[in-house]
Design a protein around this ligand. Sequence first.
Ligand code: NG1
Ligand code: ZN
Length: 529
Amino acid sequence: MDLDAITEYSALHPKPSGLILQYGTAGFRTKAEHLDHVMFRMGLLAVLRSKQTKSTIGVMVTASHNPEEDNGVKLVDPLGEMLAPSWEEHATCLANAEEQDMPRVLMDISVKAAVNLQQDAFIVIGRDTRPTSEKLSQSVIDGVTVLEGQFHDYGLVTTPQLHYMVYCRNTSGQYGEATLEGYYQKLSKAFMELTKKTLCSEDEYRSLKVDCANGIGALKLKEMEHYVSQGLSVQLFNDGTKGKLNHLCGADFVKSHQKPPQGMEMKSNERCCSFDGDADRIVYHYLDVDGHFHLIDGDKIATLISSFLKELLLEIGESLNIGVVQTAYANGSSTRYLEEVMKVPVYCTKTGVKHLHHKAQEFDIGVYFEANGHGTVLFSKAAETKIRQLTKELEDERRKAAAKMLENVIDLFNQAAGDAISDMLVIEAILMLKDLSIQQWDALYMDLPNRQLKVKVADRQVISTTDAERQVVTPPGLQEAINDLVKKYKLSRAFVRPSGTEDVVRVYAEADSQENADSLARAVSLAVF
Ligand code: NG1
Ligand code: ZN
């Protein structure tokens, strides 16, 4: 390691003294102007991680659904998954080291993590459409170069596209080709195969309105459009040509305000969806004939997908186990429907996709979605091999066709990360195949009215939780206070937890009516103070 060169380059990306940042649930995220040194240092860290794992590592510059003025960075581990927890700690140490200490901290990490500095390193870099992203990704590249890592800059890509590239490169191209063309080809081939014999050919089923949050999703959907245009016609709104990123639109806005996005013309009963700013989340929505807004969130997406997969398995006659993974934010009605009506086992993990992803890996088929629309389906290697084998071996035509369908579903899901484009294509295919309208899908179960609030407190870390964040441990007395409030309402549930991405405590409540959910959420917020 050339410490002089590191010191010299680091001086071009100086750390504002005293600034402390945390590698949180989604990496580092804050105002873009505070991030230059973090980007440079994450370039350095990615090289160490790549040397240690002898694999390609990804660096994505994005702040997802956060305001346009923010930015962020996260590292992507070899199989496209989130950075390992011990390296999150290294990331935090490195980002917070004062200028003069940084080279030493870097050395310490490489010793602690037993990094062989002679090993080659390869980094892939991607960024979203924020005005600050290009310059910040250049700072990442500076960090990579000073440690003599090789790199490929994919430029503008969605977060899940970068995860896909990392996964492809570390599986010798078996998963797919590590190019955008490879990504579009793989997904569109699976989608077209799946939908070529669909029941319905009416235009109504083939057209979908997409709110792109004025983000990267718009650019990438435009690139992809012609690959799938025979099966699906997408009409893009909030494509970034006029509005501001994530402002009054996008999946996060729609989910948290339970309102239609601005900038989208919605007629009654038209099928619409919203991506978030880096296109790893998706929610669906529509207006009914009375003009009422209906949100179809990650929970209902998980339900649609798992019921489709269960039926396919039944048809194939193969007993692979399916598990659905949710967080405490999952609507109580969805959990009840999955367990009691669909009879699939449901598990609850802490918030943050890495926890859900990890749990979903325990099943032959692991379906995971956060209520906010971030999720995917994972197939174990054994299950995938079995299904591919069945498509060749089965003689019964119906069973064979079902196995082929499942094979295409495997190819259509992004196995590395939740992906709005891939999820959208899966959902569209299922709706076409089942001849389901958005209203019929919505009617699977009725969401319990719910409310999410944010509370600003002096130190959010005084709140600690257990039981997948559903119970408060500290401060003492708070859980009892919540229990007493919950008892006052019917069909009610409430919990609080410190956010991993914002300096707030989040409050969630559900109850038998919107008024009651609102009132419970407000009462719990007051108990938090
Ligand atoms: P925090 O800020 O920890 O609640 C939010 C989302 C998570 C996840 C992360 C990363 C909610 C309630 N929380 O985390 O689900 O998506 O951001 O983007 O939606
Ligand atoms: Zn996102």
